[in-house]
Design a protein around this ligand. Sequence first.
Ligand code: ZN
Length: 568
Amino acid sequence: MFKRVISFVICFVIFLTTVLISFSESADRFSDVKKDAWYYVPVNFVYENGYMQGISDNEFGINNAMTRAMFAVVAARIADADVDPNRNDHFTDVPADSWYTGAVNWAFENGIVAGYENGEFRPSQKITREQAAVLLRALGDYLDYDVTYEDPTLLQLYHDRNQISPYALSSICWALDYGLIAGNDDCALMPKKTATRAETAAIIYRFSLYRDTPPAVPPKIFKVTFADYDGKVLYTDNVAEGKYARYRAEDPKKAADKDYRYSFIGWDKPLGPIESDTVFIAQYSSERISYKVTFLNWDGAELYNAYVLSGENAVYKGKTPEKPEDEKNMYTFIGWDKSMNAIYCDTVFTARFKAEPKPVSSRVIDPTKPMIAITFDDGPGSGSGPILDTLEQYNCVATFFDVGTNVERNPSIIRREVEVGCEIGNHSYNHPNFRNLSANQIKEQINKTNNAFINILGYAPELMRPPYGATNDNINSIINMKIILWSIDTLDWKSRNADSVYKIAVGEAYDGAIILMHSLYPSTAAAVKRIVPALISRGYQLVTVSELAYYKGYQMINGQRYFHFKNK
Ligand code: ZN
C-alpha cells in the first residue's frame, strides 16, 4: 500500500513537470539536441506537442531505441485518446501500474498494435524501421487518414528493398509515397534496423503534415547496368531521373595475359545525372608485364638477375661463371641450360660447364723424349675392354675414334675410356663414306655423334676421323673439327693377326707418329698387350693425339687434316 502511494506521488510530480515544461520550454533544454541537426525541428515538434518527452530532464535520447510500449504511448497522445491508465485486459507481461499500461490496452483495442501468442505484448521490444511504418499506418487508419495509396515505384530506388519483410512491404510503399520515411544517402532503407527516437520524432512530425501533402509524383526511373569488359553483367540498379548511379559490387577484375596486367580504373562514362537506361562498361589500364630472370651458377649461387619485358630476350650481364676443377675434371663454361629468347615467365638459368678430364696425375710427360699416339677406330667394340686393361696396366693412354651408334649402345665403355685418361674422337654416326654424302648428311653424321657423347659425358670431342680416311678440302670445311688421320697403318682389320699387327706397329714406330688400329678385334687387343710394353721399352711415351700435338708445338685448327706430329 505504501509503495503504491509513493509511485502515485512520483507519477503526479512527473505529470506536473511535463505539463509545465511542455508549455514553457522547447527542445533546447536537451543537451543532445543540437540546433543545426536534421532532427531539431521534429524533436521540437514532438516535445512541444507533448507526444514525446525526454529520457531525463536534459536528455532526449536521440539515438536510443524506440520500444513498442513507447510507441503505444505516443500513439495514444497523438490520437488524444481517453486512456484508462491502469487498465490491462489482454497481456500477461504488462504490469497493472506502468507508465504505458493503459496506452497499450487502448492501442491494442483500436487495432494500432498487435500482440504476440500466449498473451504477450513484449513492451520493451525495440521496433524496427519497417515496424514503425506498419504501426504508423495503423495509427493513420485509426485517425481516418486515407492510407490506401501505396505506389511501389519509389521502392525501386532502394537497393536493399529485398530485405523488407512481406508484411511490411505495402506500409513501406505508403510511407515512401507520403515522404514519411526516406533512405540514407546510399539509397538504403535499412528496414530491419532499430528505429531511434530521433527517427521516430521525424516520422511523427512528417505524419502531422500528412493530410496537407499529397503523395509526390513518382519520378521516372531508369535501369543502369554495370558490365565488365567482356559484357558480363556485374551489377544492375534503378536510378531516379537526374540522380547519380552508384556501383555497389566488388571492383571488377581482368586477368593478366602473357603480355599485360590490368587494373580497373573506373567506368566508361560519368555516373550521372541519369537520363535514360544506361550501360556502364568497366575500363582498365594495361601495363606490360616484366618477368624476373635469374642466372645461377652450377652450385645454385646467384650470378645476376634482371627484369625482362614479356616476349623480349634475356641478356646476361654478370661475370663469366666459373667452376673450380675437381680431382678428375677441369671445367669450362659453355652457356646456359635454356634459350634466352622470348621470355614469358619468371625464369631461372643455370650455367653449364664442359668437363675436361685432367691428365692422370701419375703420368708425367717429358716433352724432350719421343712420344707416339696410338688410336683405335670403330668402337666401342669387343676389343675395347682388354685394350683399356692394358693401357691402365702400363699407365698410358690412347685415342678412341668411336662410331655414334656404338657410343649410344656402350655408355659405360665411353666413360671408362675417359676415366683411364684416353681421348675420345668422332668417327661418324654409322660409318658411311663422306664422299658419297651431301653437306647436310655429313653435318648430321657429325652432330648426332657429338650429341651421343654430350649425353654421356656432358661435352663433345674436338677430334674427328672420317671413315676410311675419305675426305677432301670441301669435306674438311663441312666437318669443321680437327681432322686426324694416321701415319702408320697396322692393317689389323685385314690380317686379324696379332703378330702381324705387332710387327708393323713396333717396326715402323717413330717420334710423333699416329698409329691406326681398331677396337673391334680380339687379335688387335692381343697385339696391344705386347705393343704397349715394347714401345715403352724403346723409350716412347704413349700419349693422346691432343697431347702429342701440344707437346710437338702444333696449334690444331678446325677443318685441317693432320697425319702425324713430327718435331717441327
Ligand atoms: Zn673406321
